[in-house]
Design a binder for this molecule. Structure first.
Ligand code: 13P
Length: 248
């Protein structure tokens, strides 16, 4: 079945609100493509101005994180309702940087996935192995563990809304992209895992992105693979290059 491609930029901790608006405006004409969902995942403080800047375009906006409670005494955190009301439609969950630097566990991420879905935000759920795990030959076991634990208790109908991003940690920000065959192998294994958890039809509807040093030069090759339905792009999403990832 044909899955609509989804190319998302993850701006990480880059761009002040005014810089974010300038970048969004620079990218708007470059990322026009009616056949692709284009998303800018931006720092929380940039969501409101970027939503305003991209109004009337094909670009959706996403947050980079959310908290599992609806409101209350959680100083510094941001709720799903706040993200939605600010005009964002997507939220990145379980990026390896959050797993590593903020000790986010799969049990906690499972709660985030459920909260996002409850509030009608589309989770972009990240998974991916370390270099050590790849060298030990446990990549697929590890990624399957992440996907299974992060989706515990998520119904098939809800799972169809989730976007999964396979991001090998050794490829993030290193300039070392996975080969398209390496990326396809893991994305195909994720789909098999989804078919085991749910059923083949559900698995066939879920979009799986690749992320890790994706750029204008390697996007077309990665996106030509049958199980790679898009990209989650870091560094290259902050440059006009992103236009060439959307329109390779
Ligand atoms: P880079 O594209 O900079 O390697 O980052 C990938 C990433 O972490 C996207 O979430």
């Amino acid at each position: 079945m044909a899955r609509r491609k989804i190319i998302a930029g993850n701006w990480k901790m880059n761009k002040t609100p005014s810089e974010a608006v300038a970048l969004a405006k620079e990218l708007i004409p470059l990322v026009k493509n009616d056949d692709v969902d284009v998303v800018f995942c931006v720092p929380a403080i940039d969501i409101v101005p970027v939503v305003e800047a991209v109004k009337g375009t094909n670009i959706g906006v996403g947050a980079e994180n959310l908290y599992i409670e609806d409101s209350g005494a959680y100083t510094g955190e941001i709720s799903a309702d706040m993200i939605k009301d600010a005009g964002a439609k997507y939220v990145i969950i379980g990026h390896s940087e959050r797993r590593e630097y903020f000790a986010e566990t799969d049990e906690f991420l499972n709660k985030k996935v459920k909260k996002a879905l409850e509030k009608d935000l589309i989770p972009i759920l990240c998974c991916g192995e370390t270099l050590e795990q790849r060298e030990m030959g446990v990549t697929i076991d590890f990624v399957r563990f992440q996907i299974k634990s992060d989706l515990v208790g998520v119904s098939a109908d809800d799972a169809k809304k989730v976007v999964i991003a396979y991001e090998p940690i050794w490829a993030i920000g290193t300039g070392k992209t996975a080969t398209s065959d390496q990326a396809e192998e893991v994305c195909a294994a994720i789909r098999t895992c989804l078919a085991e958890i749910y059923d083949q039809q559900t698995a066939d509807e879920i979009r799986i992105q690749y992320g890790g040093s994706m750029n204008a030069a390697n996007a077309a090759e990665l996106l030509s693979k049958p199980n790679i339905d898009g990209g989650l792009v870091g560094g290259a999403s902050l440059k006009p290059d992103f236009g060439k990832v959307v329109n390779p």
